[in-house]
Design a protein around this ligand. Structure first.
Ligand code: NAD
Length: 444
């Protein structure tokens, strides 16, 4: 049994830690946020992630998983240390590595035996070298010389299906020049290795690039269909049929061809910016990714324009009440980082609208993100409470419970104006229009 420390108990760290414990490893999850750790210790999961609570509690009971703020004790016992801290954007678009650097230096200060340090956070090409240098520097300061290897092992899980994704990955990427470290990592992932999950063993730079290339490609695919959708709206084509027909082409595939209000979340926006910045720094700009970033920003703003134009043009939102259904950047998560709802709601409020907002999981997050517009926002108790008295409703996130709204009921509780903006295309125009609403989707 390998003992592992996971530093950072956010979406990635907590899921990785719980799944690695479920694979039979002993895992100590450490965070420098004592409230988060206290919550996990009580079996209360501070994030919304389906299936995680059961997994955490099962592995705490089995004795393989624990949560702690005591990094030094955890590291002393561990052969493998995962760094799963945040890497947000800096103002110039590059990834902020300060949390990774702190973690690396903290590891160096307390390690007492050969350790494999794993970069699980999404970090730009060259970061394995940087982490190695920080650990070495810290050891030198203390006059220590304990052997270690740093390995890149990027994570591809999706929030909302994170437990399934971690336990059924399309591939595991391991980037290291150390055969010994690679063998230890295969032991860590033994359950997946035995299940014949593809393992891609490569050098650190390649592993680091794989993660950014994959995310930038997916972001590009979304942006491509969003721009096709915008053209469809103007030209009379229907993007859903276009996407369905495109997706039947085996070379293209049907996934990530759903148009919407622009991508958000804690990964695609910051990872596209970081890749673009890295490329510029190397003197090899990736102009396609630069264009994706610009188009995606525009896509978020365009939704607000669409609503204002539909409701009567410039100035028409003054005194209007708009219900916003769904605030998280996608369904099945409470994560609102860079969610399209934030841009949309702020523009609608600045154009004079009052909002009634509801999300099944992200209401606490929303109160933080909407602090500056809180005087114009009512936090509703459910979707029906949100639409009550509203002139328009806007579906921003495709939560399951919004797919089957009782149209008759909302028609009766809305104001006389009944605008229905379906930014995720989860309704058929005809059924909504037949129910008495004025319907707008995306690209149709
Ligand atoms: P997060 O912000 O949810 O969690 C990071 C955690 O690290 C926080 O709990 C914070 O308190 C803790 N932390 C920061 N510095 C620390 C330190 N020195 N010691 C102990 N704890 C510390 O972040 P996340 O969404 O889990 O993302 C983590 C990394 O994984 C990022 O690089 C991200 O790009 C990458 N990633 C995220 C996803 C995703 O869907 N969220 C998917 C794949 C990869």
């Amino acid at each position: 049994m390998i003992t592992i420390t996971v530093i950072g108990t956010g979406y990635v760290g907590s899921v990785s830690g719980a799944c690695l414990a479920d694979f039979g490893n002993r895992v100590i999850c450490v965070d420098n946020n004592p409230e988060k750790i206290a919550s996990f210790q009580k079996g209360i999961i501070p994030i919304y992630e389906p299936g995680l609570a059961e997994l955490v509690n099962r592995n705490i009971i089995s004795g393989r998983l624990e949560f702690s703020t005591d990094l030094a004790s955890a590291i002393k016992e561990s052969k493998v240390v995962f760094i799963a801290v945040g890497t947000p954007s800096l103002p110039d678009g590059s990834a902020d590595l300060s949390f990774v650097e702190s973690a690396a230096r903290e590891i160096a200060a307390v390690m007492e035996q050969y350790t494999v340090v794993v970069n699980k956070s999404t970090v730009p090409v060259g970061s394995v070298k940087k982490v190695s240098a920080w650990i070495k520097e810290e050891q030198d300061k203390k006059g220590k010389s304990i052997p270690f290897d740093v390995i890149s092992n990027p994570e591809f899980l999706r929030e909302g299906t994170a437990v399934y994704d971690f336990t059924h990955p399309d591939r595991v990427v391991l980037g290291s020049d150390s055969p010994g470290a690679l063998e230890i990592m295969k032991d860590v992932y033994r359950s997946l290795y035995l299940n014949e999950t593809p393992f891609i063993e490569t050098n650190p730079e390649t592993a680091e690039m794989i993660k950014y290339a994959a995310n930038a490609f997916l972001a590009t695919k979304i942006t491509f269909i969003n721009e096709i959708a915008n053209l469809c709206e103007k030209s009379g084509a229907n993007v859903q049929d276009v996407a369905r027909a495109m997706g039947r082409d085996g070379r293209i595939g049907p996934k990530f061809l759903h148009p919407g209000p622009g991508f958000g979340g804690s990964c695609f926006p910051k990872d596209t910016r970081a890749l673009a910045k890295t490329a510029r720094d190397y003197g090899e700009p990736i102009t396609l990714v630069e264009a994706v970033i610009t188009a995606n920003k525009r896509q978020k703003e365009k939704q607000a324009e669409k609503i204002e134009n539909a409701m009567g043009g410039k100035g028409s939102l003054k005194g209007k009440t708009i219900a916003i259904l769904g605030l998280s950047y996608k369904s099945n998560t409470n994560d609102m980082r860079e969610a399209p709802s934030i841009v949309l709601c702020k523009i609608l409020v600045s154009n004079g609208a009052m909002l009634r907002v509801y999300d099944p999981a992200a209401m606490d997050e929303a109160k933080i993100h909407f602090e500056t517009i809180k005087d114009s926002v009512f936090f509703a108790s459910d979707e029906y409470n949100a639409v009550s008295g509203a002139n328009a409703l806007v579906i921003v996130t495709e939560w399951h419970q919004f797919r089957n709204i009782d149209l008759l009921k909302i028609k009766n509780i809305m104001s006389n104006e009944k605008y229905f903006f379906d930014l995720r295309n989860i309704y058929k125009r005809k059924e909504v229009e037949d129910a008495g609403f004025k319907y707008w989707g995306v690209g149709k």
